[in-house]
Ligand binder design. Structure first.
Ligand code: OOG
Ligand code: MG
Length: 264
């Protein structure tokens, strides 16, 4: 294990971030302690962190994309899309309240979700070949919960932190990809009944299939592929909204139904 003069390495960073998650304690960006943390090393931290979760019994159920829309990129001040891991422990069944007491400072964002019918392996995946691997499309809400104070981080920090992942909910309406124009699929986001934002699928890299292709090609650079049956969250369409106990959030999609969550 390479440890530089700061004393940090991939395993210590993974351990520190997992402890922050477990103890619900936010911290300063890892790059302030470990300026040498670059993007490639940060993905290794992410992998090490997930390996620890898998060793503790969690199962990988898919991947998420992050920072695929301008709304998200501008809010977080980072313009590169990224990938991170989803595990079964992050699944929030529809109707289950968001356990805000188990989280640091959760925010919720609406996403278009794919479930893969076939394995998808880059490089060279296009939006069209990506879409051909999609089995079904759902609406979703992702609950993000950065382990960094005030969601303030650089790209290597957020990568190491598994892209702020915490929970996600998948809507009850399943659609075939052929039945929808996902660039035009709209989501209206309500907080406590008031519309706070809206966006179409075009906000996500022009089309969510473009985001899926991006994930397949990016994973291929690390020798990885997307497996059949995996869930893919294609990235927040709008800015995320904070959730506190009793906050009611509804994402109303044109054809993918409405996803409701309430803070507990
Ligand atoms: C990073 C995670 C971004 C998305 O959908 O863009 C993300 C963050 O905003 O904390 O999940
Ligand atoms: Mg997200």
């Amino acid at each position: 294990m390479n440890t530089d003069s700061t004393g940090w390495n991939v395993e210590t960073a993974a351990e520190v971030l997992l402890r922050a998650e477990r103890t619900r304690t936010d911290r300063k960006p890892v790059t302030e302690d470990w300026p040498g943390l670059d993007v490639a090393t940060a993905y290794r931290v992410q992998d090490a962190l997930i390996a620890r979760k898998v060793a503790a019994g969690e199962k990988i159920v898919g991947v998420k994309l992050g920072l695929t829309s301008q709304a998200k990129q501008q809010r977080m001040g980072i313009s590169s899309p990224l990938t991170a891991w989803l595990t079964d422990a992050m699944v929030l069944e529809a109707g289950t309240p968001i356990p805000t007491g188990e989280l640091i400072h959760p925010r919720v964002e609406p996403e278009i979700v794919f479930v893969l019918g076939e394995r998808l392996e880059g490089p060279g995946v296009t939006a069209a070949t990506a879409m051909a691997a999609v089995g079904s499309v759902f609406a979703g809400l992702e609950v993000i919960d950065s382990r960094f104070t005030d969601f303030r981080f650089t790209l290597p920090d957020v990568l190491a932190d598994n892209a702020s992942s915490a929970r996600f909910v998948i809507g009850g309406v399943e659609r075939s990809p052929a039945d929808l124009d996902l660039a035009l699929e709209e989501c209206v986001l309500r907080v406590d009944g008031t519309v706070v934002d809206s966006a179409t699928g075009a906000a996500v890299q022009g089309h969510p299939a473009q985001a899926l292709a991006l994930a397949a090609n990016a994973l291929a650079e690390r020798g990885l592929a997307l497996e059949a049956g995996w869930i893919v969250l294609t990235g927040g369409m709008t800015d995320a909204v904070p959730v506190e106990s009793s906050t009611q959030i509804a994402a109303e999609f044109t054809h993918l139904g409405t996803v409701n969550v309430t803070g507990a």
